[in-house]
Design a protein around this ligand. Sequence first.
Ligand code: PLP
Length: 459
Amino acid sequence: MSTIKTQRRNLTKSRAHYQEAVKHLPLGVSSNFRYWGDEETIFVKRGKGARLWDLDGNEYIDYRLGYGPAILGHCHDEVDAAAREAQSVGTVFALGTEKEVTVAKLIKDMMPAAELVRFSNSGTEAVMAALRLARGYTGKDNYVTFEGSYHGLFDAAMWTADPDSMKDQSKDPVLVSYGQGIPKLVRQLFWQVPYNDASRLEDVLKRHSDSIAAVLIEPILGNCCGIPSKPEFIKAVRELCTKYGVLMIVDEVKTGFRVGRGGAQAMYGIEADIFTVAKAVANGYPIAAIGGKEEIMRKYGKGVAHGGTYTAQAMSLAAAEKTLTILKETDALDRIAAYGKAMQEGMHKVLSKRGIPHSFTGHYSMSGLFFSATAPTTYRNWKLSDYTFYDTMAGYLIDMGVMCEPDSREPWFISGAHDAACLSETLSKFEEAVDLTLDELSGGDHEGDDSKLMPGISG
Ligand SMILES: Cc1ncc(COP(=O)(O)O)c(C=O)c1O
Protein backbone atom coordinates (compact mmCIF):
# COMPACT_ATOMS: atom_id res chain seq x y z
CA MET A 1 0.00 0.00 0.00
CA SER A 2 1.34 3.43 -0.91
CA THR A 3 2.26 5.70 1.97
CA ILE A 4 2.00 8.78 -0.25
CA LYS A 5 -0.70 11.16 0.95
CA THR A 6 -2.99 12.89 -1.48
CA GLN A 7 -4.95 15.16 0.84
CA ARG A 8 -3.48 18.55 -0.01
CA ARG A 9 -3.08 18.21 -3.73
CA ASN A 10 -5.60 18.17 -6.49
CA LEU A 11 -4.48 15.26 -8.70
CA THR A 12 -7.45 15.19 -11.07
CA LYS A 13 -5.37 15.52 -14.24
CA SER A 14 -2.66 13.09 -13.21
CA ARG A 15 -5.29 10.51 -12.26
CA ALA A 16 -7.12 10.92 -15.55
CA HIS A 17 -3.85 10.69 -17.41
CA TYR A 18 -2.96 7.52 -15.54
CA GLN A 19 -6.23 5.91 -16.66
CA GLU A 20 -5.31 6.72 -20.26
CA ALA A 21 -1.62 5.84 -19.90
CA VAL A 22 -2.28 2.40 -18.46
CA LYS A 23 -4.12 1.46 -21.65
CA HIS A 24 -0.90 1.96 -23.58
CA LEU A 25 2.00 1.36 -21.17
CA PRO A 26 2.31 -1.36 -18.50
CA LEU A 27 1.63 0.40 -15.17
CA GLY A 28 1.11 3.55 -17.24
CA VAL A 29 4.81 4.44 -17.10
CA SER A 30 8.17 3.68 -18.70
CA SER A 31 9.92 2.41 -15.57
CA ASN A 32 8.32 0.25 -12.87
CA PHE A 33 9.60 2.66 -10.23
CA ARG A 34 7.53 5.56 -11.56
CA TYR A 35 4.28 3.85 -10.64
CA TRP A 36 3.25 4.99 -7.15
CA GLY A 37 -0.30 3.62 -7.10
CA ASP A 38 -3.40 4.12 -9.26
CA GLU A 39 -4.35 7.27 -7.36
CA GLU A 40 -0.88 8.48 -6.40
CA THR A 41 1.09 8.27 -9.66
CA ILE A 42 1.79 11.76 -10.94
CA PHE A 43 2.93 12.97 -14.33
CA VAL A 44 5.27 15.88 -14.85
CA LYS A 45 4.31 18.92 -16.88
CA ARG A 46 7.72 20.56 -16.64
CA GLY A 47 10.72 21.24 -14.45
CA LYS A 48 12.87 24.32 -13.96
CA GLY A 49 15.81 24.66 -11.62
CA ALA A 50 15.14 22.84 -8.36
CA ARG A 51 11.39 22.66 -8.93
CA LEU A 52 8.94 20.67 -10.97
CA TRP A 53 5.22 20.93 -11.68
CA ASP A 54 2.76 18.11 -12.27
CA LEU A 55 -0.15 18.07 -14.73
CA ASP A 56 -2.43 19.64 -12.12
CA GLY A 57 -0.01 22.51 -11.50
CA ASN A 58 1.15 21.25 -8.10
CA GLU A 59 4.66 22.57 -7.44
CA TYR A 60 7.41 20.50 -5.83
CA ILE A 61 10.94 21.20 -4.66
CA ASP A 62 12.70 18.29 -6.28
CA TYR A 63 15.14 16.19 -4.24
CA ARG A 64 14.98 13.22 -6.60
CA LEU A 65 16.35 15.02 -9.66
CA GLY A 66 15.54 12.04 -11.84
CA TYR A 67 17.59 9.84 -9.43
CA GLY A 68 20.48 12.25 -9.58
CA PRO A 69 21.24 13.54 -13.08
CA ALA A 70 19.97 17.13 -12.84
CA ILE A 71 23.07 18.27 -10.96
CA LEU A 72 22.66 21.88 -12.12
CA GLY A 73 18.86 21.85 -11.95
CA HIS A 74 16.20 21.11 -14.55
CA CYS A 75 16.26 22.96 -17.89
CA HIS A 76 19.60 24.62 -17.25
CA ASP A 77 19.81 27.48 -19.74
CA GLU A 78 23.46 27.06 -20.76
CA VAL A 79 23.37 23.26 -20.97
CA ASP A 80 20.17 23.30 -23.00
CA ALA A 81 21.53 25.98 -25.33
CA ALA A 82 24.61 23.83 -25.96
CA ALA A 83 22.42 20.81 -26.71
CA ARG A 84 20.25 22.85 -29.08
CA GLU A 85 23.28 24.15 -30.91
CA ALA A 86 24.46 20.56 -31.37
CA GLN A 87 21.24 19.76 -33.21
CA SER A 88 22.64 21.67 -36.16
CA VAL A 89 25.48 19.13 -36.32
CA GLY A 90 23.15 16.15 -36.65
CA THR A 91 22.55 13.40 -34.14
CA VAL A 92 24.41 10.19 -35.02
CA PHE A 93 26.52 9.21 -38.03
CA ALA A 94 28.02 5.84 -37.13
CA LEU A 95 31.25 7.85 -37.27
CA GLY A 96 33.23 9.78 -34.70
CA THR A 97 33.06 13.55 -34.09
CA GLU A 98 35.50 16.06 -32.60
CA LYS A 99 33.45 16.61 -29.49
CA GLU A 100 34.09 13.08 -28.24
CA VAL A 101 37.68 14.05 -27.71
CA THR A 102 36.78 17.34 -26.03
CA VAL A 103 34.55 15.57 -23.51
CA ALA A 104 36.99 12.68 -23.00
CA LYS A 105 39.70 15.24 -22.18
CA LEU A 106 37.44 16.93 -19.64
CA ILE A 107 36.74 13.59 -17.95
CA LYS A 108 40.45 12.78 -17.93
CA ASP A 109 41.26 16.16 -16.39
CA MET A 110 38.76 15.64 -13.63
CA MET A 111 39.22 11.93 -12.91
CA PRO A 112 42.81 10.74 -12.72
CA ALA A 113 42.00 7.04 -13.23
CA ALA A 114 40.68 7.91 -16.70
CA GLU A 115 43.72 7.30 -18.86
CA LEU A 116 41.29 6.53 -21.67
CA VAL A 117 37.54 6.95 -22.04
CA ARG A 118 34.69 5.31 -23.98
CA PHE A 119 31.09 6.56 -24.07
CA SER A 120 27.85 4.70 -23.49
CA ASN A 121 24.24 5.83 -23.20
CA SER A 122 23.25 4.86 -19.67
CA GLY A 123 24.67 3.71 -16.39
CA THR A 124 23.51 0.16 -17.04
CA GLU A 125 25.21 0.03 -20.40
CA ALA A 126 28.44 1.47 -19.01
CA VAL A 127 28.62 -1.06 -16.17
CA MET A 128 27.89 -3.92 -18.58
CA ALA A 129 30.67 -2.68 -20.83
CA ALA A 130 33.06 -2.32 -17.86
CA LEU A 131 32.39 -5.85 -16.69
CA ARG A 132 32.87 -7.24 -20.17
CA LEU A 133 36.14 -5.34 -20.46
CA ALA A 134 37.35 -6.75 -17.15
CA ARG A 135 36.49 -10.24 -18.29
CA GLY A 136 38.13 -9.74 -21.65
CA TYR A 137 41.29 -8.32 -20.13
CA THR A 138 41.69 -10.92 -17.38
CA GLY A 139 40.33 -13.91 -19.27
CA LYS A 140 38.20 -14.75 -16.21
CA ASP A 141 34.38 -14.85 -15.95
CA ASN A 142 33.39 -14.40 -12.32
CA TYR A 143 32.94 -11.25 -10.26
CA VAL A 144 32.14 -9.97 -6.79
CA THR A 145 29.45 -7.46 -5.79
CA PHE A 146 28.39 -6.06 -2.41
CA GLU A 147 25.09 -6.38 -0.58
CA GLY A 148 22.91 -3.31 -1.05
CA SER A 149 24.57 -2.16 -4.24
CA TYR A 150 22.76 -1.38 -7.45
CA HIS A 151 24.49 -1.39 -10.81
CA GLY A 152 21.58 -1.18 -13.22
CA LEU A 153 19.01 -3.45 -14.78
CA PHE A 154 21.03 -6.22 -16.42
CA ASP A 155 21.03 -9.88 -15.46
CA ALA A 156 24.50 -9.98 -13.91
CA ALA A 157 23.61 -7.23 -11.42
CA MET A 158 19.99 -8.02 -10.61
CA TRP A 159 20.48 -10.05 -7.45
CA THR A 160 19.71 -9.10 -3.90
CA ALA A 161 19.52 -10.60 -0.45
CA ASP A 162 16.18 -12.18 0.40
CA PRO A 163 14.93 -10.18 3.43
CA ASP A 164 13.44 -13.27 5.12
CA SER A 165 16.79 -15.01 5.04
CA MET A 166 18.40 -12.03 6.79
CA LYS A 167 16.68 -12.60 10.08
CA ASP A 168 19.23 -15.19 11.15
CA GLN A 169 22.29 -12.95 11.14
CA SER A 170 24.68 -15.77 11.86
CA LYS A 171 24.17 -16.93 8.27
CA ASP A 172 24.69 -15.18 4.96
CA PRO A 173 21.45 -14.18 3.27
CA VAL A 174 20.11 -16.16 0.33
CA LEU A 175 20.38 -14.22 -2.92
CA VAL A 176 17.35 -13.88 -5.13
CA SER A 177 16.95 -12.26 -8.52
CA TYR A 178 14.99 -9.01 -8.92
CA GLY A 179 11.94 -10.74 -10.29
CA GLN A 180 11.44 -13.11 -13.18
CA GLY A 181 13.32 -13.51 -16.43
CA ILE A 182 16.81 -13.66 -14.98
CA PRO A 183 18.56 -16.97 -15.71
CA LYS A 184 19.49 -18.93 -12.59
CA LEU A 185 22.73 -19.82 -14.34
CA VAL A 186 23.97 -16.26 -13.75
CA ARG A 187 23.99 -16.92 -10.00
CA GLN A 188 26.94 -19.25 -10.49
CA LEU A 189 29.10 -16.42 -11.76
CA PHE A 190 29.37 -14.13 -8.75
CA TRP A 191 29.81 -13.75 -5.02
CA GLN A 192 28.07 -11.07 -3.01
CA VAL A 193 29.69 -9.98 0.25
CA PRO A 194 28.63 -7.55 3.00
CA TYR A 195 29.56 -3.91 2.43
CA ASN A 196 32.26 -2.37 4.60
CA ASP A 197 33.68 -5.79 5.43
CA ALA A 198 37.09 -6.23 3.80
CA SER A 199 37.85 -9.49 5.56
CA ARG A 200 34.81 -11.16 3.98
CA LEU A 201 36.00 -9.93 0.60
CA GLU A 202 39.45 -11.30 1.23
CA ASP A 203 37.96 -14.71 2.16
CA VAL A 204 36.36 -14.89 -1.27
CA LEU A 205 39.38 -13.57 -3.17
CA LYS A 206 41.73 -15.91 -1.35
CA ARG A 207 39.74 -18.93 -2.42
CA HIS A 208 38.49 -17.92 -5.86
CA SER A 209 40.66 -15.17 -7.37
CA ASP A 210 41.77 -17.49 -10.16
CA SER A 211 38.24 -17.28 -11.57
CA ILE A 212 37.36 -13.70 -10.57
CA ALA A 213 37.78 -10.93 -13.14
CA ALA A 214 36.57 -8.00 -11.05
CA VAL A 215 35.23 -6.60 -7.83
CA LEU A 216 32.39 -4.23 -8.68
CA ILE A 217 31.82 -1.59 -6.03
CA GLU A 218 29.73 1.51 -5.48
CA PRO A 219 31.86 3.85 -3.32
CA ILE A 220 28.67 5.14 -1.72
CA LEU A 221 25.59 2.89 -1.81
CA GLY A 222 23.53 5.31 -3.85
CA ASN A 223 20.51 3.05 -3.74
CA CYS A 224 20.76 2.14 -0.07
CA CYS A 225 20.52 5.30 2.04
CA GLY A 226 23.78 6.60 0.62
CA ILE A 227 25.71 4.33 2.98
CA PRO A 228 29.34 5.32 2.41
CA SER A 229 32.37 3.09 2.23
CA LYS A 230 34.48 3.52 5.32
CA PRO A 231 37.76 5.01 4.06
CA GLU A 232 39.75 2.07 5.38
CA PHE A 233 37.35 -0.35 3.67
CA ILE A 234 37.55 1.09 0.17
CA LYS A 235 41.33 1.40 0.47
CA ALA A 236 41.47 -2.24 1.53
CA VAL A 237 39.32 -3.22 -1.47
CA ARG A 238 41.84 -1.44 -3.70
CA GLU A 239 44.77 -3.24 -2.08
CA LEU A 240 43.05 -6.63 -2.12
CA CYS A 241 42.22 -6.32 -5.81
CA THR A 242 45.86 -5.58 -6.58
CA LYS A 243 47.09 -8.34 -4.28
CA TYR A 244 44.85 -11.01 -5.82
CA GLY A 245 45.13 -9.93 -9.47
CA VAL A 246 41.49 -8.88 -9.76
CA LEU A 247 40.32 -5.63 -11.37
CA MET A 248 38.55 -3.02 -9.28
CA ILE A 249 35.56 -1.52 -11.08
CA VAL A 250 34.29 1.55 -9.27
CA ASP A 251 30.72 2.32 -10.25
CA GLU A 252 30.44 6.10 -9.98
CA VAL A 253 27.21 6.35 -11.93
CA LYS A 254 25.68 8.30 -9.04
CA THR A 255 28.74 9.73 -7.28
CA GLY A 256 30.73 10.79 -10.37
CA PHE A 257 30.90 14.59 -10.77
CA ARG A 258 28.54 14.90 -7.80
CA VAL A 259 30.47 14.25 -4.59
CA GLY A 260 33.38 16.22 -6.00
CA ARG A 261 35.06 17.09 -9.29
CA GLY A 262 37.05 13.86 -9.14
CA GLY A 263 34.11 11.81 -7.88
CA ALA A 264 34.36 9.43 -4.96
CA GLN A 265 37.72 8.15 -6.14
CA ALA A 266 39.32 11.53 -5.45
CA MET A 267 37.42 11.85 -2.18
CA TYR A 268 38.77 8.52 -0.94
CA GLY A 269 42.17 8.85 -2.59
CA ILE A 270 41.90 5.68 -4.65
CA GLU A 271 42.07 4.89 -8.35
CA ALA A 272 39.98 2.25 -10.05
CA ASP A 273 41.23 0.00 -12.80
CA ILE A 274 37.96 0.72 -14.57
CA PHE A 275 35.19 3.11 -13.51
CA THR A 276 31.82 4.19 -14.77
CA VAL A 277 30.09 7.58 -14.62
CA ALA A 278 26.70 8.62 -15.94
CA LYS A 279 24.06 10.67 -14.19
CA ALA A 280 25.67 14.03 -13.48
CA VAL A 281 27.78 13.99 -16.64
CA ALA A 282 25.31 15.86 -18.83
CA ASN A 283 22.63 17.21 -16.47
CA GLY A 284 20.09 14.66 -17.63
CA TYR A 285 20.95 14.15 -21.28
CA PRO A 286 21.58 10.44 -21.84
CA ILE A 287 25.28 9.71 -21.81
CA ALA A 288 27.63 7.61 -19.69
CA ALA A 289 31.33 6.89 -19.79
CA ILE A 290 33.72 4.11 -18.96
CA GLY A 291 37.19 5.22 -17.95
CA GLY A 292 40.24 3.34 -16.87
CA LYS A 293 43.85 2.37 -17.16
CA GLU A 294 45.23 2.57 -20.67
CA GLU A 295 46.45 -1.01 -20.88
CA ILE A 296 43.01 -2.30 -19.93
CA MET A 297 40.99 0.17 -21.99
CA ARG A 298 43.00 -0.62 -25.15
CA LYS A 299 41.38 -4.06 -25.10
CA TYR A 300 38.33 -2.34 -26.58
CA GLY A 301 38.77 -3.01 -30.25
CA LYS A 302 41.43 -5.63 -29.57
CA GLY A 303 39.19 -8.53 -28.63
CA VAL A 304 36.54 -6.83 -26.51
CA ALA A 305 33.44 -5.51 -28.26
CA HIS A 306 31.99 -2.12 -27.44
CA GLY A 307 29.74 0.22 -29.39
CA GLY A 308 26.13 1.11 -29.99
CA THR A 309 24.16 3.20 -32.47
CA TYR A 310 23.63 6.07 -30.08
CA THR A 311 26.95 6.18 -28.25
CA ALA A 312 28.43 9.71 -28.17
CA GLN A 313 25.31 11.25 -29.67
CA ALA A 314 25.83 14.93 -30.50
CA MET A 315 23.35 16.60 -28.14
CA SER A 316 24.40 14.53 -25.15
CA LEU A 317 28.06 15.24 -25.85
CA ALA A 318 27.44 18.98 -26.09
CA ALA A 319 25.44 18.90 -22.85
CA ALA A 320 28.25 16.93 -21.22
CA GLU A 321 30.85 19.45 -22.33
CA LYS A 322 28.86 22.33 -20.88
CA THR A 323 27.90 20.54 -17.65
CA LEU A 324 31.41 19.30 -16.92
CA THR A 325 32.91 22.70 -17.69
CA ILE A 326 30.54 24.35 -15.22
CA LEU A 327 31.26 21.73 -12.57
CA LYS A 328 34.99 22.07 -13.15
CA GLU A 329 35.25 25.84 -13.28
CA THR A 330 32.61 27.13 -10.89
CA ASP A 331 31.81 26.59 -7.23
CA ALA A 332 28.61 24.68 -8.10
CA LEU A 333 29.65 21.49 -6.26
CA ASP A 334 30.71 23.45 -3.18
CA ARG A 335 27.38 25.23 -3.13
CA ILE A 336 25.55 21.93 -3.53
CA ALA A 337 27.43 20.44 -0.58
CA ALA A 338 26.86 23.59 1.52
CA TYR A 339 23.12 23.37 0.84
CA GLY A 340 23.08 19.68 1.82
CA LYS A 341 24.94 20.49 5.03
CA ALA A 342 22.56 23.33 5.93
CA MET A 343 19.58 21.07 5.20
CA GLN A 344 20.94 18.36 7.48
CA GLU A 345 21.58 20.92 10.22
CA GLY A 346 18.02 22.22 9.91
CA MET A 347 16.55 18.71 9.99
CA HIS A 348 18.76 17.83 12.93
CA LYS A 349 17.34 20.80 14.89
CA VAL A 350 13.74 19.79 14.16
CA LEU A 351 14.32 16.16 15.10
CA SER A 352 16.44 16.87 18.18
CA LYS A 353 13.83 19.27 19.55
CA ARG A 354 11.40 16.37 19.50
CA GLY A 355 13.82 13.82 20.90
CA ILE A 356 13.75 11.74 17.71
CA PRO A 357 16.89 9.64 17.24
CA HIS A 358 18.28 10.10 13.76
CA SER A 359 21.43 10.05 11.68
CA PHE A 360 22.51 11.01 8.19
CA THR A 361 24.44 8.89 5.73
CA GLY A 362 26.32 9.58 2.54
CA HIS A 363 27.61 12.83 1.14
CA TYR A 364 25.91 16.20 1.60
CA SER A 365 25.04 16.21 -2.11
CA MET A 366 23.28 12.80 -1.91
CA SER A 367 22.46 11.91 1.64
CA GLY A 368 20.17 9.49 3.42
CA LEU A 369 18.09 10.24 6.50
CA PHE A 370 17.85 7.37 8.91
CA PHE A 371 15.68 7.21 12.01
CA SER A 372 18.15 5.74 14.44
CA ALA A 373 20.99 7.32 16.39
CA THR A 374 23.34 4.85 14.70
CA ALA A 375 23.76 5.22 10.96
CA PRO A 376 23.67 1.99 8.94
CA THR A 377 26.97 0.76 7.56
CA THR A 378 25.61 -2.25 5.69
CA TYR A 379 22.54 -3.19 3.72
CA ARG A 380 21.65 -5.63 6.50
CA ASN A 381 21.51 -2.73 9.01
CA TRP A 382 19.06 -0.88 6.80
CA LYS A 383 16.98 -3.90 5.86
CA LEU A 384 16.54 -4.99 9.45
CA SER A 385 15.62 -1.51 10.64
CA ASP A 386 12.14 -0.04 11.03
CA TYR A 387 11.72 2.56 8.31
CA THR A 388 8.05 3.23 9.02
CA PHE A 389 8.79 6.75 10.25
CA TYR A 390 10.64 7.68 7.07
CA ASP A 391 8.01 6.17 4.79
CA THR A 392 5.16 7.94 6.58
CA MET A 393 6.98 11.28 6.70
CA ALA A 394 7.95 11.10 3.02
CA GLY A 395 4.29 10.55 2.16
CA TYR A 396 3.39 13.83 3.88
CA LEU A 397 6.33 15.73 2.39
CA ILE A 398 5.42 14.81 -1.16
CA ASP A 399 1.84 15.92 -0.56
CA MET A 400 3.19 19.27 0.73
CA GLY A 401 5.39 19.76 -2.31
CA VAL A 402 8.75 18.44 -1.11
CA MET A 403 9.58 15.77 -3.63
CA CYS A 404 11.78 13.34 -1.75
CA GLU A 405 11.94 9.67 -2.62
CA PRO A 406 9.14 7.69 -0.96
CA ASP A 407 11.56 4.77 -0.58
CA SER A 408 13.97 5.43 2.29
CA ARG A 409 16.82 3.79 0.40
CA GLU A 410 17.09 6.55 -2.16
CA PRO A 411 19.20 9.53 -1.07
CA TRP A 412 18.06 13.14 -1.23
CA PHE A 413 19.81 14.72 -4.21
CA ILE A 414 20.77 18.39 -4.25
CA SER A 415 21.35 20.47 -7.37
CA GLY A 416 23.10 23.76 -8.02
CA ALA A 417 19.66 25.33 -8.37
CA HIS A 418 18.53 24.65 -4.79
CA ASP A 419 18.60 28.06 -3.13
CA ALA A 420 17.80 29.73 0.19
CA ALA A 421 14.09 29.90 -0.64
CA CYS A 422 14.05 26.12 -1.30
CA LEU A 423 15.86 25.50 1.97
CA SER A 424 13.56 27.49 4.23
CA GLU A 425 10.44 26.09 2.54
CA THR A 426 11.80 22.55 2.83
CA LEU A 427 12.65 22.90 6.50
CA SER A 428 9.34 24.39 7.53
CA LYS A 429 7.47 21.65 5.63
CA PHE A 430 9.80 19.06 7.10
CA GLU A 431 8.88 20.23 10.61
CA GLU A 432 5.19 19.97 9.81
CA ALA A 433 5.61 16.53 8.22
CA VAL A 434 7.51 15.25 11.25
CA ASP A 435 4.70 16.36 13.56
CA LEU A 436 2.04 14.83 11.34
CA THR A 437 4.04 11.60 11.30
CA LEU A 438 4.35 11.57 15.07
CA ASP A 439 0.61 12.10 15.31
CA GLU A 440 -0.20 9.38 12.82
CA LEU A 441 2.12 6.80 14.34
CA SER A 442 0.96 7.51 17.87
CA GLY A 443 -2.69 7.40 16.92
CA GLY A 444 -3.13 11.14 17.42
CA ASP A 445 -1.27 11.62 20.70
CA HIS A 446 2.40 12.27 20.43
CA GLU A 447 2.92 14.15 23.68
CA GLY A 448 4.21 10.96 25.30
CA ASP A 449 7.51 9.18 24.82
CA ASP A 450 8.54 9.77 21.21
CA SER A 451 11.39 7.32 21.41
CA LYS A 452 8.90 4.42 21.50
CA LEU A 453 8.02 5.29 17.90
CA MET A 454 11.63 4.98 16.85
CA PRO A 455 12.67 1.41 17.36
CA GLY A 456 15.97 2.02 15.60
CA ILE A 457 18.06 -0.57 13.93
CA SER A 458 17.98 -4.06 15.21
CA GLY A 459 21.02 -5.31 13.38
C1 PLP B 1 25.49 3.04 -9.05
C2 PLP B 1 24.59 2.84 -10.24
N1 PLP B 1 25.03 2.10 -11.27
C3 PLP B 1 24.28 1.92 -12.37
C4 PLP B 1 23.03 2.47 -12.45
C5 PLP B 1 22.20 2.27 -13.69
O1 PLP B 1 22.13 3.46 -14.41
P1 PLP B 1 20.97 3.72 -15.48
O2 PLP B 1 19.71 3.85 -14.72
O3 PLP B 1 21.41 4.99 -16.16
O4 PLP B 1 20.98 2.57 -16.41
C6 PLP B 1 22.53 3.24 -11.41
C7 PLP B 1 21.20 3.83 -11.48
O5 PLP B 1 20.66 4.34 -10.52
C8 PLP B 1 23.34 3.43 -10.27
O6 PLP B 1 22.92 4.16 -9.23
